[in-house]
Write a protein that binds this ligand. Structure first.
Ligand code: ZN
Length: 406
């Protein structure tokens, strides 16, 4: 059991307050702070902080002794690496429209780009590793996102309500084929339109959205989202694509699970994100970064479904967010010392990262105890079993990341 020190990623869409407040630093921060990375990703591994203050990269520590840190079974199963990456995500502005590949697609794509000699860090590289990147985000604040294709039975009325002559044909195309094939056809049409056509269609859509956003129609949230996106990314095909996706607002404590092929864009809010340890992103727009439409089309799942919102289920004193993914499992505990005087057992099982998102906690095990306050985090290795936490008197919220093998 050791304290962790974690890296902040300063992407332009980040918040200047959320991560700075969490870490007890000066607010607002000098630069946008988008993500805090807790884990052993080679691009920005966390550091273990020893009792003497010495820092060791968690990645180096894992390389040096994977069987002790991960446990023998996990070291074999995960090839000596930490299978998950935990993040605090703080989006002030929308992130790109994106999807992540399946394991098979990532392996093939990574090998293909290696074979043709695309540098692993080149901006136009799609596959930076050979791993899939399913992800789970659990809201810390109200969290807004576009996630997965909406049932065309609900999208067609939205397109018709917009009352944009330039879109009428597209609405009827989807009405005539209200299924995955119809969604694929319409999305492909829009995402491959030449810029000259987009420069006509997107402003026409904006005008329709101004009308819908102004009154209290059932679609005003969708219309406002399109307006926000089109202001930031005028003439971007991703603005059109947003019309086809579920518009979701998560309350704090609710989560979204994003399997391979799910088209999504996070819009605004702060959350705890847990994912397989990968950086494979295929973008379709709403970004100045590399966009590869043909590759995105290859991996996308056009099956319409309600947004995959998870409320979590009780597991002892914790709430856990189950997914079909073996690489990660997120648990959350919330309470305070006034309501629960007894120490709370931290589930055993392989390598884990504990993050205090609110309040404070005293974490104890056979080897001693450590205090963490808001923004603090701990590494728990496979050998750190029988750990307990005792919350401070304020409302305390703690997240535990592990793999899902036990
Ligand atoms: Zn994503």
């Amino acid at each position: 059991m050791e304290l962790l020190e974690n890296a902040v990623r300063p992407y332009a869409w980040g918040s200047r307050t959320v991560i700075a407040e969490l870490l007890g630093e000066e607010v607002p921060s000098a630069h946008p702070q988008a993500e805090l990375w807790l884990g052993a990703h080679p691009d920005d591994p966390s550091r273990l902080v020893g009792g003497d203050g010495a820092r060791t990269s968690l990645l180096d520590a894992l390389h040096a002794d994977p069987r002790r840190l991960l446990g023998a079974d996990r070291a074999d199963r995960w090839g000596g690496t930490l299978p998950f990456l935990l993040k605090v995500l703080a989006a002030e502005e929308p992130l790109s429209l994106q999807a992540h590949p399946s394991l098979e697609q990532a392996r093939t794509g990574f090998a293909r780009e290696n074979a043709v000699g695309v540098d692993r860090h080149a901006p136009d590289r799609n596959y930076r590793d050979a791993n899939h990147k399913p992800e789970l985000i659990c809201a810390l604040t109200e969290f807004h996102a576009l996630v997965g294709f909406r049932d065309p039975a609900a999208t067609v009325p939205l397109l018709r309500a917009l009352d944009v002559p330039e879109l009428a044909g597209h609405a009827e195309l989807l009405a005539a084929q209200p299924d995955a094939d119809g969604l694929r056809a319409l999305f492909t049409t829009w995402i491959t339109l030449p810029q000259s056509a987009l420069d006509v269609l997107v402003p026409a859509l904006q005008a329709g959205c101004v009308r819908l956003a102004g009154n209290d129609t059932e679609f005003h949230t969708e219309a406002r989202t399109v307006l926000e996106l089109s202001e930031r990314y005028p003439g971007d095909a991703g603005v059109l694509a947003a019309l086809l996706l579920n518009r979701v607002t998560l309350a704090a404590g609710e989560a979204l699970f994003l399997p391979a092929g799910n088209l999504h864009a996070y819009l605004h809010g702060a959350g705890i994100e847990l994912m397989a340890n990968s950086d494979n992103v295929l973008r379709g727009g709403l970004t100045p970064k590399h966009v590869d439409v043909p590759e995105l089309l290859r991996v996308l799942d056009f099956t319409a479904a309600p947004p995959p919102v998870l409320t979590g289920r009780p597991d002892g004193e914790w709430i856990r967010y189950d997914t079909p993914i073996d690489e990660f499992l997120l648990r959350r505990w919330e309470g305070s010392n006034t309501s629960r005087a007894a120490a709370v057992a931290v589930p055993d099982g392989g390598p884990r990262i504990l993050l205090c998102a609110a309040g404070s906690a005293s974490v104890a095990g056979p080897g001693g105890h450590l205090e963490i306050k808001r923004g603090g985090s701990l590494w728990l290795g496979a050998e750190d079993t029988g750990i307990t936490l005792t919350p401070g008197t304020e409302r305390t919220q703690v997240f535990l990341a592990s793999d899902a093998l036990s």
